[in-house]
Design a protein around this ligand. Structure first.
Ligand code: UT7
Length: 328
């Protein structure tokens, strides 16, 4: 048994902030951001939360799949930026959508999170212990961004995407998943609960709630993505006995248009096979792949039988790719 994606959904915050608006609050320009990243605008929360966006995206995916919330066996949420720590985002979603039978947990693999959640779900399908799974990638990165740091603030956006998987016949999907913690320092965000050497019991609570923002060595992350992702996709294709020209679409984490171009070039594949929506949403970390899948699905670009490679990469460092044939 494998899980087959039968429905998708997304939820983007209403508030849109374009590059010119950012240029009014920091030393940057629309021209610089477009040239270096491809991003034109992003959606940022203003009232919405990671939980509320997740629940909305989930409801849309369930409706799209024709599956009732009560029939879901498992909810997996990939996020690094939820408004809740306890209960998990997945449990909060369970309550909001009424998925009373589901077992729920969250997963943190940064921008690779949706891909790892998908593969985790597949392992449960393969073990025969689930029949219907809801996976969600959701982020409110605007809460973790230092708005005084133009090197990171211009990149990120908020949003959520979801997919409903239903058990069907098929072989376990080919996949590649990798992590390298020794390079973790190139993209970090410390926790407000990291109180250093002080015992949490004795620590001065106010002083310990230090500023906790995303910090990134952009060039290192860029180089990592352009080197590792093509290698990882090549490894995946070899496992599938396929070549890049056999693939209809490469659905990649939406980080930067230049990263996409670099990956396409290394795979000697036309950039038109790498759909992009980062112009509209920026980098939404683990939400980017499911938001893109939903757009492709609803616009009719995904056709039954299409051969897809999904690939994610980001903090950890972590990266991975999965092969699938579209069957929604
Ligand atoms: O999900 C994974 C998440 N991370 C990523 O995807 C990040 C990958 N990295 C990148 O996308 C790129 O490295 C960035 C877009 C972040 C930066 O582009 P870059 O071409 O690597 O620029 P840079 O960091 O080398 O900076 C070039 C110049 C510097 O000025 P000087 O030293 O040449 O005078 C920066 O200070 O651009 C300056 N700069 C900016 N200028 C205007 C940096 N950020 C900005 C900005 N606006 N927002």
């Amino acid at each position: 048994m494998i899980g087959i994606i039968k429905g998708t959904g997304a939820c983007l915050p209403e508030k849109e902030v374009d590059n010119n608006e950012l240029a009014r609050i920091m030393d940057t320009s629309d021209e610089w951001i477009r040239e270096r990243t491809g991003i034109i605008r992003r959606h940022l929360i203003s009232g919405e939360t990671t939980v509320s966006m997740s629940a909305r995206a989930a409801e849309r995916a369930l409706e799209n799949a024709g599956v009732a919330a009560e029939d879901i066996d498992m909810i997996l949420v990939s996020t690094v930026s939820s408004n809740v720590v306890l209960p998990s985002t997945a449990c909060a979603v369970q309550e909001l959508i009424g998925a009373s039978r589901a077992v729920c947990f969250d997963l943190n693999a940064a921008c690779t999170g949706f891909l790892f959640a998908l593969n985790t779900a597949q392992a449960y399908f393969h073990a025969g212990v689930v029949g219907k799974v809801l996976i969600i990638g959701a982020e409110s990165l605007s809460n973790l961004v230092n708005w005084a740091d133009r090197g990171t603030a211009i990149l990120f956006g908020d949003g959520a995407g979801a997919a409903v998987l239903v058990a069907g016949e098929g072989e376990f999907p080919q996949l590649v998943m990798q992590s390298n913690g020794t390079k973790g320092d190139v993209l970090t965000c410390s926790s407000p609960f990291d109180r250093g050497k002080d015992s949490p019991v004795k620590a001065d609570m106010a002083a310990s709630q230090g500023e906790t923002y995303i910090q990134m060595n952009g060039q290192e992350v860029f180089k990592f993505a352009v080197r590792q992702v093509p290698k990882c996709i090549e490894e995946l294709l070899e496992k599938c006995d396929k070549r890049p020209e056999d693939i209809d679409l490469f659905v990649l984490h939406q980080a930067n248009a230049r990263i996409m171009e670099g990956i396409a070039k290394r795979l000697k594949t036309d950039i038109s096979k790498f759909p992009m929506n980062l112009m509209e949403y920026g980098n939404t970390s683990s939400a980017s792949i499911p938001i893109l899948l939903d757009e492709l699905h609803r616009s009719g670009r995904l056709k039954k039988g299409m051969k897809l490679v999904l690939a994610g990469f980001g903090a950890g460092l972590s990266w991975g790719a999965t092969y699938m044939e579209w069957d929604a």
